[in-house]
Write a protein that binds this ligand. Structure first.
Ligand code: CO
Length: 131
């Protein structure tokens, strides 16, 4: 398994992008995910990526996170081969899930979130890539 990306919440992608670019990363993909009311920027780092997230509306989950925590690591995304199978296995163990079924995330990937109460305090995103 591998970390697909680290999700970092910010009020403004453009405010923090210069830091990450200065570190040597490159923003290769920007996209608005209407379903989650976020705009994302993807910066590859090794086999993983930094995902910068900014809210596109006041009722975005990211707006709530920023109001409560003022930015920072919002979630960790782990890549799985078969997201339906992973969700079924977690459900069978009684794991607290936010998404019982996958939805379409950035770049058309299938994603589902696991509640922080189940993981040790961090929001976990399962990702099945299209490749
Ligand atoms: Co993510």
């Amino acid at each position: 398994m591998k970390i697909n990306h680290l999700g970092i919440a910010t009020n403004s992608i453009s405010d923090v992008l210069s830091f990450w670019e200065g570190l040597g990363l490159e923003n290769v993909h920007t996209e608005t995910v209407d379903d989650q009311k976020v705009r994302v920027a993807m910066l590859p780092i090794g086999e993983s990526r930094v995902e910068l997230l900014e809210p596109t509306s006041d009722d975005s989950p990211i707006s709530k996170f920023l109001a409560k925590r003022g930015g920072g690591i919002h979630h960790i995304a782990v890549e799985v081969e078969d997201i339906e199978a992973s969700l079924a296995a977690l459900k069978a163990k009684g794991t607290r899930l936010i998404d019982e079924t996958p939805r379409v995330g950035a770049e058309g990937c299938l994603v589902a979130f696991v509640h922080p109460a189940a993981t040790g305090g961090v929001l976990l995103e399962l990702v099945q890539t299209l490749s």
